[in-house]
Ligand binder design. Structure first.
Ligand code: NI
Length: 253
């Protein structure tokens, strides 16, 4: 069994065929999905999907891209969602200095306040960080102890070491299959198997051979195959270990 620990099945890209997408993933061996909130609305939609499908769990949070539009009263709404049944994490939250769609100040403020929500609720974090590794670590370190997964890992060896030293999990997407992604494959190699999780980030980041097309959770099989090649272990071992990690991290029943 595989677990897609980060997907966005609530997004409009799936509105026409959501049930078929979920069925295809299950046929490909996906046992659970963690649907990740990116805005207040998508966090609510994530909770609705979790209520509707037994195999879907929800994470609630607001992406750093939307930090500028985040209002004080929205925090109460996130807290309301966070106590709902099957909410297993706060995220995705973090910093994105690559696209800088919101000001760094607002991103940092939002990140810090949602970390506090996670701590109050004893939930782990799903962290998004892009070209903001140093500041991300600074904010996380100030809030330790924390449980966190760094999603769609894109950092270097040093950032990986820092994250592992803090006990964080590392999750990789299908972008490790891209021809030019040798640096990322090196990071997979350096990540211990007991800290590694798999995610599609669907509808984004389709694997090599499918680039430019909508991604979907069934494709996680190709990701697990790539990890098995990189680590020189069987597909079954990748599936077993990453599933164990995801169950432990998100406390899936
Ligand atoms: Ni995402």
């Amino acid at each position: 069994m595989l677990i897609d620990t980060h997907c966005h099945l609530d997004f409009a890209q799936f509105s026409e065929d959501r049930s078929a997408v979920i069925r295809r993933a299950e046929d490909a061996g996906v046992g659970y999905f963690v649907n990740i909130g990116a805005t207040l609305d998508s966090s609510a939609a994530s909770c609705e999907l979790a209520a509707q499908y037994p195999e879907i769990y929800a994470s609630v949070g607001v992406h750093p891209h939307d930090a500028d539009g985040f209002k004080e009263e929205d925090l109460a709404k996130i807290k309301e969602l966070a106590v709902k049944d099957k909410v297993v994490a706060i995220g995705e939250i973090g910093l994105d200095y690559f696209r800088n769609l919101s000001s760094p100040e607002n991103q940092e403020r939002l990140f810090a306040s949602l970390i506090e929500v996670a701590k109050d609720m004893s939930l782990p974090l799903v962290v998004h960080t892009r070209q903001a590794e140093e500041q991300t670590l600074k904010i996380l370190k100030a809030a330790m102890p924390l449980r966190a997964v760094v999603h769609c890992f894109s950092g270097d060896e040093n950032f990986l070491k820092e994250c592992l030293a803090l006990g964080f999990f590392i999750s990789f997407t299908c972008n490790i299959t891209y021809k030019k992604a040798q640096a990322l494959r090196d990071m997979v190699e350096s990540t211990p198997l007991d800290k590694l999780m798999l995610e599609t980030d669907a509808p984004y980041l389709s694997p090599e051979g499918f680039r430019g097309k909508r991604n979907e959770p069934a494709q996680i099989k190709l990701l697990a195959e790539e990890v098995s090649r990189i680590k020189g272990i069987s597909f079954e071992e990748v599936a077993e270990r990453t599933t164990e990690n995801a169950k432990l991290f998100f406390k899936l029943k």
